[in-house]
Design a binder for this molecule. Structure first.
Ligand SMILES: Cc1cc2nc3c(=O)[nH]c(=O)nc-3n(C[C@H](O)[C@H](O)[C@H](O)COP(=O)(O)OP(=O)(O)OC[C@H]3O[C@@H](n4cnc5c(N)ncnc54)[C@H](O)[C@@H]3O)c2cc1C
Length: 376
């Protein structure tokens, strides 16, 4: 586990006090990300051989869950960073991993495209060899931390090898790369998820991560388990927070004419109980998937595919229950519950979407490949 004390301090002093403002303005939580970097938390999953802490998905999930209890946007920025680091670690990119280990490097995933939308396994963007360099062209539709990240893990069609995808390390800032209009979303409003266009972007041939054409293996084998587990952990954090906030509201708010609190009404307590049961059930599933992964169990892949699908629905349901239990008080911004309600809607549409994951789980149960020729 990550050292509890610095993370607790960052959450209490920076992430939590800034969360409503991040949501209101859609501003990127730069102060929180810098504080996490200063405490080595962006280097948490960088292999020790490259100067990082070398922690696995359990420690990362714990960090994301705890941040998410305070701010969903910050939790998503960190989720995308750790997911990108997973690709960089398997591709053994010592140069950039060392930069991340020093703390001043935020990475992210640039997979989704305007053409193939949530079907991230089928990029339409191209890579073309031009002398010692490679030309990248693509319309990326959503990139978390787009205007703030120091690198993108970027998907394209392969250069020349067969296969659906190659992955690249792209550093923003040069000619040929345009970051689109500011993000103005329903929830996770501070995660700076913007379109990014590459039009004749030139990268060195060494920017290739892993072999040409093997990007989908890297995306499914290295990135996907981290992304699914961390996204689910963020949902658990959100559920923990709304359950706690609902408990506090029900306990302190009184029906004066009856001389009793909202918590003294059985319906409110039953709603709260449903929220807690759903939260604990999802947290237990995430824990079971992490254990299966750590032990190299046969059911690890299935459980990892299940966690985000389960957590997506649970987070939306628990946030919805909180809105009902706290009534008009939750409808206003003062309790922070409507922010969680809006944030809770994001996970279901983040690829792999819940629909896609349910299909993946069904395919895994039937012994079918997750994707077949017709998908890519
Ligand atoms: C807050 C946020 C942050 C994000 N950050 C990133 C990021 O950092 N990097 C990145 O690469 N992407 C990111 N994304 C993009 C995300 O992963 C999805 O690609 C995107 O949300 C899909 O939206 P869309 O409108 O293109 O969906 P569409 O593909 O148009 O899908 C719309 C709906 O149709 C369903 N659907 C699609 N195909 C099928 C099918 N064959 N059968 C049945 N149902 C289907 C989907 O499940 C979905 O419910 C982010 C998205 C959000 C909301």
């Amino acid at each position: 586990m990550a050292d509890q004390e610095p993370l607790t301090r960052i959450i209490e002093e920076i992430v939590a006090p800034g969360a409503a403002e991040v949501d209101r303005t859609g501003g990127f939580p730069r102060k929180a990300v810098d504080a996490l970097a200063d405490e080595g938390l962006l280097a948490l999953t960088v292999p020790a051989a490259h100067g990082g802490t070398g922690q696995g998905p359990r420690a990362a999930a714990d960090v994301v869950r705890r941040i998410s209890t305070a701010c969903g946007s910050t939790a998503m920025v960190v989720t995308m960073h750790y997911s990108a680091v997973a690709a960089l670690a398997v591709a053994d990119r010592a140069d950039v991993l060392r930069e991340i280990a020093t703390g001043r490097h935020l990475s992210t995933l640039a997979f989704s495209e305007a053409g193939s939308r949530s079907h991230f396994w089928a990029p339409l963007g191209t890579a073309t060899a031009e002398g010692d360099e490679v030309r990248l062209d693509a319309h990326k539709s959503w990139v978390t931390s787009a205007g703030q990240a120091d690198s993108y893990v970027w998907s394209s069609r392969p250069l020349s090898a067969p296969g659906p995808m190659s992955l690249w390390l792209v550093r923003p800032g040069g000619p040929g790369l345009t970051v689109g209009a500011e993000f103005d979303g329903l929830g996770l409003r501070g995660n700076d998820s913007r379109p990014v266009t590459a039009d004749g972007l030139r990268v060195p041939a060494t920017a290739l991560l892993g072999p040409d054409g093997a990007g989908l293996d890297l995306a499914l084998g290295a990135v996907l388990p981290w992304f699914l587990l961390l996204n689910a952990a963020a949902s658990v954090g959100l559920m923990e927070a709304v359950t706690r906030e609902t408990t506090a509201h029900l306990s302190r708010t009184r029906l004066r004419h009856l001389d009793r609190s909202l918590a003294q009404q059985p319906e409110a307590r039953a709603t709260l109980a449903r929220m807690r049961i759903e939260t604990d059930r999802t947290a237990a599933l995430v824990d079971t998937a992490l254990t299966a992964l750590e032990q190299g169990r046969e059911d690890a892949q299935l459980l990892v595919l299940e966690v985000k699908a389960a957590a997506d629905g649970s987070a939306a349901e628990v946030a919805d229950l909180a809105m009902t239990a706290c009534g008009g008080a939750a409808f206003r911004k003062e309790l922070g519950i409507e922010r969680r309600f809006r944030d809770s809607r994001a996970a279901r549409v983040m690829a792999p979407t819940t629909t896609a994951l349910l299909d993946f789980v069904g395919r895994a149960l039937c012994g079918l490949p997750l994707l077949d020729g017709a998908d890519a």
